[in-house]
Design a protein around this ligand. Sequence first.
Ligand code: BEZ
Length: 244
Amino acid sequence: MSTVAPLQDADEFWLFGYGSLIWKPPPHFDRRIPGFITGYVRRFWQASQDHRGTPEAPGRVVTLIEKSYWNQLKDHHDSAPERVWGVAYRIVPERVAEVKDYLDIREINGYTIHYTPFHPAAGVDPATLPTQVPISTLVYIGTPENDQFVGPEDPRRVVDVIFHSHGPSGPNPDYLFGLEKALDELSAESGDEHVTDLSNRLREMMAARRVPTPGPHPAPGPPQEHHFRRASSVDEQEETEKTS
Ligand code: BEZ
């Protein structure tokens, strides 16, 4: 893992999203590219006190675990895909400084900034990519040292916490189902069994309690121009209170 941004085309700044960023893009992007990173495992191991839960009742959101570290742990989900699928966003060059300022603010929520190579999915138009591929992307990771890192938990416990959690960004179940749907839409191979298993367990729990399954996505935002598929909303950021 590196915390130093490698050299890349001048003015190019790319951000990798593997959680809510997949369906809630950052401000001021002009390209959204599906693809993957390697060397990490995505897990619902980060407590959320400020978005999908509260300090009194934290929810659960995803973080990335370095694969070499994860290999040493005992995890109820004992396998993980080689690739962590998500999306890379290119920030428009004239807004890079502003977006970097905004991203520095986001860092305080337990996640820290790292850089990792991103591999575009097969079939992405090469004209939309920088000269150097893989692309160096900034990624947020809640590392094991951060206070909100939970670590391995029984999936029944994770789902129970998610079922009962709600924060300023909405119900925690919407986050889980939103992630499952967003991953399914990226590519034929972008499913993540950890996410799917938790989603299936949550659906079972909700059905048993006769709770309707919530829609996974917020209402679409206003139409915008993007080079790639438009994501659901740029208006409703995961951290709405910090963008205005
Ligand atoms: C993500 O989607 O990659 C993400 C969003 C918020 C915090 C950390 C990661």
